[in-house]
Every structure is written in C-alpha cells, then in structure tokens.
Design a binder for this molecule. Structure first.
Ligand code: ADP
Ligand code: MG
Length: 364
C-alpha cells in the first residue's frame, strides 16, 4: 500500500487558493471588499483586456501600516477577527485572511500602500507565491492602497484557459457584481475602467459618492430606470426557531427589514427596467436564489410580461444567518428561510396591491 504522507505546503496552498479565488468575480469582490473595509470613499477599478492581463483596485482608505507588511499576505492573517466568537459581531466584509495570500499563489500580485503620514511616499510590496513578503520599495503614492493582480490563474493552466475562452461572459459578470457594490455603498465613489487593445482606459461606469442608494442606482442604470422603480420597504415578522428575539407572549419572533427598490408592477407590454436583480444581507451582496424566486413569483402575479428590476437589502440580526459557508462567502445560509419566504411573499403582495399599477405618463 502507498504511504500516507502530507501534501507539501506549497501544493496545499495552491489547492486552497483556487477555492477562495474561483473566478474573475472573486478577484474583484475580494479587493473591493478590502477597500470598503479600509474605509475608502473612492474606489477605482481598472481592467486590462477585461481582467485577463490586469485587475487593479485603488482606494483612498486607511493604507497598511509598515509593521503589517510582513503579515499582510500570509494565510489566515487578518486585522479583522481574532477568534471565532468575533464572527457574530463582525461588521467587515473580510475575516478569513485568505484573499491576498490566495492571490499571491494564483497571480503576479503586488500592493502599493501609504498611510496618511507617509504621503507623498508610498511602499510597493512584492510577494512570493506563498504570501511571504519578498521585497519592499519606496515609490510615489497617495494615501490608500492599490492592489494589482496580473495574469490571474497563471499557475492553474486549466482554469486560465477556461477563463480565456469565456472572458466576455466572465467580465460581464464582474461588472454586474461591481454594480451591486457601487449601488449599495452610499458615500463611496466608484469608477471602473477597462483597456482593451488600443481603446485605453474607457470609463465603463461610475458613481458620484452619493448619499443614497437611489442616487447610485440612477448613476449606474440611468434616471429612466429609477423612475420606473418604487421603494421597497418591508417589515417581516415570522415565528423563529433561532434565538433572535423574544416577543411578549413568550414565542420567538424573528424580525427583519427589507429596503431597496423594485420595478413598479405595471400591466401591459414593454420593458420598463433592465432585468437586474441584486440581493444583499446587511449590505453584503450575495446570491439568494430562494428569495429571488419568491420575488419573481409574486411579481409575476401582477405583471406577466416582464421580470422586475430588484434591489433588496435584508437587514437582519447577525445571528439569523451564516456567511461562513464557503471560502468565497457567496453562499449565505439563512436560518428559518421557509418562514422568511412566506412572510416576504405576503408583504410583497400587499405592497404591489397598494401601488398604482398604471404606467406613469413620463414612461408612455
Ligand atoms: P481579510 O480581508 O479577511 O482580513 P485579506 O487577505 O483580504 O483578508 O487581507 C489581509 C489584511 O490585509 C486585511 O486584514 C487588512 O488588514 C489588510 N488589507 C488588505 N487590503 C487592504 C486595503 N485595501 N487597505 C487597507 N488594508 C488592507
Ligand atoms: Mg479581505
């Protein structure tokens, strides 16, 4: 029988990194979340060749302190969490300390960073594939951090080829994801640029650092889309098996709020809004397929000719869900999903019934 022996550390790192950074979306997501966690109010995302050659995220956030340079890209090193107990109190996107270390394993990765007191000097940090700091160099720079990912998946040839083959579709998915972050992040100015061939640095979309998600949606999807939306403000209450809140009668009642915007349920033909559906839990963009299905079902009973534009942020107790299901944190496990969905359907139907369902004159 073959000897059982440990896989060498380098290979383990490579395997695990490919689970944290699955695709182009993961790269953009991890870097943008780091910028938001660092308190950035301006985030510029630059692509070269739709991200195949370069994905770069520049922010004006806190910057990284020199004493952290050695640790910044080491696996499971994070400034955001020190024990599992912290997880339920967490208000940052990141907590696993895996993104930067994974990007080191999968690409040519470097960072340029400066704290406010270092400007106009900044430090460029280069790393080995293991995440170990290999070189620091003083360069010119502004306050904040720029993270650059060149040649993503260069060490995973199969995945690289797959990405090259599907790059248009993958790039489209990244833009949709960035739309979601840009719309939900009130007070943060986003801009996305892409250079393909000779068309240099084309602005793909941008937001103005607006105070509201509504204005962000207008920036990203246009004023016409906005005028076809109604506010989504629901308060859901349902019996809960999870310990979240005790009602007066001793039963356990789960409460949450849904905030956002949704297409007005108008009768008649013609697409009023783009077919975009974005879901968030406590402002964290995530896929919620069961919830999406519920929205679409109820909407369909009011309007059969189009599916709605949905922007829905579920504000709930941090005990009511688990983000730590998969390394990429895209899957969120909702406790009491069944009861939640029933309550959502009832509230949505009430909202639509109370809404004027005739097409506004401005859109005829
Ligand atoms: P996590 O976000 O889970 O902590 P990451 O690997 O994404 O793990 O980042 C590691 C650490 O690097 C973070 O905890 C943070 O301290 C620092 N960091 C990463 N990106 C930035 C950034 N844009 N600005 C400031 N600090 C950053
Ligand atoms: Mg992170």
């Amino acid at each position: 029988m073959a000897t059982i022996q440990p896989i060498e550390a380098r290979s383990v790192h490579q395997i695990q990194s490919g689970q944290v950074i699955i695709d182009l979306c993961s790269v953009a997501k991890e870097l943008v979340e780091n910028s938001l966690d660092a308190g950035a109010t301006t985030i510029e995302i630059r692509f070269k060749n739709n991200g195949l050659d370069l994905i770069e995220v520049q922010d004006n956030g806190s910057g990284i302190s020199p004493e952290n340079y050695e640790n910044v890209a080491l696996k499971h090193y994070t400034s955001k969490l020190s024990s599992y107990d912290d997880l339920t109190r967490l208000h940052t996107f990141g907590f696993r300390g895996e993104a930067l270390s994974s990007l080191c394993a999968l690409s040519d990765f470097h960072v340029v960073t400066a704290k406010a007191n270092q400007v106009p000097r900044a430090n460029r940090l280069d790393f080995e594939p293991s995440g170990k700091l290999s070189k620091t160099q003083i360069v010119a720079g502004q306050k904040g951090t720029t993270a650059s990912v060149e040649g993503i998946f260069k060490r995973l040839p199969v995945r690289r080829r797959e990405l090259e083959k599907n790059i248009k579709r993958e790039y489209g998915k990244v833009l949709n994801l960035l739309h979601a972050y840009a719309c939900i992040s009130a007070g943060v100015r986003f801009s996305v640029r892409n250079t393909v061939g000779k068309t240099k640095n084309v602005v793909v979309f941008s937001t103005n650092g607006n105070r509201t998600t509504k204005e962000n949606i207008a920036n990203v999807y246009g004023a016409k889309t906005l005028s076809a939306l109604i506010p989504l403000e629901l308060r859901l209450e349902f019996e809960s098996s999870a310990v979240t809140r005790r009602a007066g009668d001793g039963g356990q009642i789960n409460q949450m709020e849904v905030r956002g915007h949704i297409s007005r349920p108008v009768f008649g033909e013609g697409r009023q809004t783009p077919d975009r559906q974005m879901f968030f839990v406590n402002s964290r963009p995530c896929g919620l397929p069961q919830i999406a299905k519920a929205f679409n079902e109820v909407y369909k009973s009011f309007n059969v000719s189009q599916s709605p534009f949905i922007f829905a942020d579920f504000q709930m107790d941090t005990n009511a869900y688990d983000v730590n299901v998969s390394p990429d944190k895209r899957t969120i496990l909702l406790h009491d999903a069944g009861a939640l969905i029933e309550s959502l359907k009832t509230s949505l139907a009430q909202l639509f019934e109370a809404t004027d369902q005739t097409v506004p004159q401005s859109q005829v």
